[in-house]
Structure formats: C-alpha cells, structure tokens
Design a protein around this ligand. Structure first.
Ligand code: PMP
Length: 291
C-alpha cells in the first residue's frame, strides 16, 4: 500500500455533525470502543469524484452497528450527503472514505448501556492498495495460522473492529515472511478469505468462491458474481477445501481497496496471471463498465 502519513492527515473530515480538520478530531482515551473494540467502519472508494457503491456501503455501515447492538445516530441519506460533501470540499478525484462509529466514554466494563455513539468520516487520496506491479503480476499469499471464527462465535456479517484483530496479526506475519497478504481458512479447513478481501478460484474455466458464512459478503464480491453471469462465465459459491486449490488454474481477490487483484502464489502453489486469463476478463469488465 502506498504510504500515507495519517498522523498529519489534514483533510476536512466530518465529526458528529460538524465539518472539521481530521488532525483536530479528538476522542477520549476511556472510550468504550478503545477498550472493548465496540466500533464499526466502512471503506468506500472514490473514482473520478464519485463514491462507488455509496448506498450499499452506508447501508452495511448502519447494519454492522445494528448487529453489534447499537444504532448509528444518522440516517442513510444524511451520511450519503456528508460523503459527497467531503469529496467536494477536499477535491478528491480518486481516494477513499472511512466512516467510523463507536461507543464513546461511559463504561469501563463490557456493558455499554446508554453510552453515546460517535460518528466520524475521514477521506484521503488513495489511488492503489497493492502496488501497480501487484495488479499486473499478481500478489503472493501466505497461509495464516489464524482461522476465521464460525458465525455462531462472532458477528461475521458486521464490519466491526473486533474481527480485525486476527486480520492484523495475520497480515503482519505475512509481511514479515515477505508476502503481500495472508489466506485465512475457517475452522473446517475450508478456504475463507484474506485479511481484507474475498477470494475466488478458477477451476477449468469455472469460477468458484467460498460461501460467505464466516466472513463478509463483500460488495465487490457480489459485483464479481454479477459480472460472471453477464459474461456467461460459470460461477459457483461453495465450500472449498484447502487441499482442492492445487487444482485451480487462477486465483484472485476482491475488495473495495484491492478491487480485483490476481494472486500468483499461495504458499508454494502457483497460479496463472496473464492478459488472457478469466481474472483479467472480469477485471477489464469491472474497470470499463462498472467503476
Ligand atoms: N473481507 C474483509 C475482512 C474486508 O475487510 C473486506 C473489505 N471491506 C472485504 C472482505 C471485501 O468487502 P468489500 O468488497 O465490500 O470491500
């Protein structure tokens, strides 16, 4: 990822109803969310001054909070308007919006009854997540020791901060080993996703992706499934055992930040990355017709 000095980010942000400089936005160190990870967030791409899939992202943002048992105190329309205003105020052509809602100060135990919810939206320039080279030549994934918890054990359909602990540990460990990211399995030895993107494989011209039970049903993932239908590419959502992926010819990951990025290696397994690939066909359609 291109390095951004977030400490010095001085774009105009929005904090509980007020447009303010990002650097000046403060919160209390005793906020519940800082201690108990009671926060939800979103990541929204801006392409050519327009927030991509804004409605869907804000909807998921509000839903993520509901799953954790709190309400984002602003309506869908209001938050969409704020995102559009931030793009204009900061003149961001290609970038990223980061809405965040969290339980503020008031309890130092896990309970969070009657605690005020704070809402913040930041924005920054962010043309690519992986390097340009990664998009052209594919990324390398290591296999994480951390497993995705089952939906009975965690709020897997909420984009909540707490679930990112294992992602951070997995991602850090992948960097230390010289990889771009980590593939995470579920507790049944099936493929789940990476630390921040969904994953697809191509088996004999058929695209296969795991069922989104223990991980987010990404907005980009849903778009890729639609693209496959449009392009008459066979697509199936099903459980994929880790030992089956050695038979796949291609692999790619999808996400707001990652867009559609080919994978050239998982551990010692290698996959095709070239212009004639199915991955490239889907990515070209996404680039030329969707975003
Ligand atoms: N899984 C995780 C853990 C993520 O953080 C993301 C990024 N939001 C995704 C999948 C992909 O979701 P989307 O396509 O909606 O960005």
């Amino acid at each position: 990822m291109r390095s951004i000095n977030f400490k010095k980010l001085n774009n105009t942000a929005w904090y509980d109803g007020v447009y303010t400089k990002c650097q000046n936005s403060k919160t209390h160190v005793l906020d519940h969310s800082l201690h108990f990870a009671s926060a939800v967030f979103e990541g929204i791409r801006i392409y050519n001054y327009k927030a991509f899939k804004l409605h869907e992202h804000i909807k998921r943002f509000r839903k993520s909070a509901e799953i954790l048992g709190f309400k984002v105190p602003y309506k869908q329309n209001k938050l969409e308007k704020v995102c559009k205003t931030l793009i204009k105020k900061n003149k961001i052509a290609n970038g990223y919006l980061r809405p965040l809602a969290w339980r503020s100060v008031g309890s130092m135990s896990p309970h969070s009854i009657n605690i005020k919810i704070k809402t913040f939206i930041a924005i920054w320039d962010w043309p690519v997540y992986y390097s340009e080279d990664a998009i052209k030549n594919g990324i390398k994934l290591t296999i994480s020791n951390w497993r995705r918890p089952k939906k009975e054990s965690a709020p897997t359909q909420s984009k909540c901060s707490g679930l990112y602990q294992i992602c951070t540990m997995a991602k850090n460990s992948s960097y230390k080993k010289g990889f771009d990211d980590a593939l995470m399995l579920d507790t049944d030895d099936c493929i789940a996703e990476t630390t921040s993107s969904n994953i697809f494989f191509v088996f004999k011209n058929k695209v296969v992706t795991p069922l989104p039970e223990c991980f987010l049903n990404g907005i980009t993932r849903q778009e890729v499934i639609k693209i496959c239908h449009k392009l008459n590419i066979k697509i199936e959502e099903k459980k994929i055992k880790f030992n089956q992926i050695k038979n796949a010819t291609e692999c790619f990951v999808t996400g707001t930040a990652a867009e559609i990025t080919p994978v050239r290696r998982i551990g010692r397994l290698t996959f095709n990355v070239n212009n004639e690939s199915i991955t490239n066909k889907i990515f070209s359609y996404f680039k030329n017709n969707i975003i």
